[in-house]
Design a protein around this ligand. Structure first.
Ligand code: C2E
Ligand code: CA
Ligand code: CA
Ligand code: CA
Length: 275
């Protein structure tokens, strides 16, 4: 068994180092991409579930690599978090999203995702203030989406920063609600403005009566707290009807529109306003 183990080790070693190598390359590319600006934002509508009226857009980052092509955020955000590059990247997203939103009508919000790592930097609050000041965006039009990972440490500094952000007039949404360990208890630690119900609950609403009950409970919870509830990942008319029936105030998903580049937003805004 011992020699077998050694043989296994020899067998796996090249693969391991290949993976590390690939990761190192991706990291170098990521640093490079920050300098050459290979990133852009796409925007996905969030609409009222009652009449599908446009409430705002969620900004989502895209990386178009010269050779790799489109690298999905799921592949590079974790790496950016491990390497700390997310600080620069996240700042770019904030500034860019606010600048873009300032071009839209004053009734349309913009939502920006914040990584837990960004909260390790107290200057995050100043960055948000600067993004608002430079763009002239009314603070109430900016919504910051955080996951419970931000609150995992439950440290007072994070909570204090959330209150400082709130004091600027921006809104705070809890993203991916329901998938974590203790989503409910995190609702007690900060007065969120919105709950975003994770798309894993919405995906099989048609097949799972349990999921319908759970989505209804989450929408009821939001209503009791007097805050908005957005159902994420709504792809079909059936899902729309169900989440509407459950009392979710807003919906987001491919049924309304996939995320679109900034250049396509005027047409999208016009078509959504027209109903
Ligand atoms: P998220 O914040 O939960 O964003 C929603 C994701 O669901 C997006 O994937 C969006 O394109 C996708 N989506 C929207 N509607 C549907 C639908 O109807 N069906 C399905 N199957 N998917 C739908 P995306 O853009 O690939 O982003 C993945 C994740 O990467 C995001 O999840 C977020 O956690 C992270 N991310 C994206 N942009 C940023 C960013 O600027 N900063 C940070 N920190 N994270 C980001
Ligand atoms: Ca999000
Ligand atoms: Ca989400
Ligand atoms: Ca997510």
């Amino acid at each position: 068994a011992k020699s077998e183990g050694r043989a296994m080790f020899r067998f796996f070693e090249p693969q391991m180092s290949e993976r590390l190598e690939a990761r190192r390359h991706l990291e170098l590319d990521l640093r490079q991409a920050l300098q050459t600006n290979e990133f852009h934002l796409v925007f996905q509508p969030q609409v009222a579930s009652a009449d599908l009226g446009l409430a705002g857009f969620e900004a989502l980052i895209r990386w178009n690599h010269a050779f790799r092509g489109a690298v999905p955020p799921a592949d590079f955000i974790p790496l950016a978090e491990e390497t700390g590059l997310i600080r620069t990247l996240g700042e770019w997203v904030l500034v860019e999203a606010c600048a873009e939103a300032a071009r839209w009508s004053d009734s349309i919000q913009v939502a920006v995702n914040l990584s837990p790592i960004q909260f390790k930097d107290r200057s995050l609050v100043a960055t948000v203030r600067r993004a608002l000041a430079e763009s002239g965006l009314r603070p109430g039009r900016l919504e910051l989406e955080i996951t419970e990972a931000v609150l995992l440490q439950r440290d007072d500094v994070t909570i204090a920063m959330l209150h400082e952000l709130r004091a600027l007039g921006v809104r705070i949404a809890m993203d991916d609600f329901g998938v974590g360990y203790s989503s409910l208890s995190y609702l007690r630690s900060f007065p969120f403005d919105k709950i975003k119900i994770d798309r894993s609950f919405v995906g099989d609403l048609g097949q799972s009566r349990d999921n319908v009950a759970i989505v209804r409970a989450m929408a009821d919870l939001g209503a009791s707290l007097g805050i908005e509830t957005t159902a994420e990942g709504v792809e079909t008319e059936d899902q729309l009807a169900i989440v509407r029936g459950c009392g979710c105030t807003h919906v987001q998903g491919y049924l309304v529109s996939p995320p679109r580049p900034a250049a396509e937003l005027p047409a999208l805004i016009a078509s959504l306003a027209a109903g």
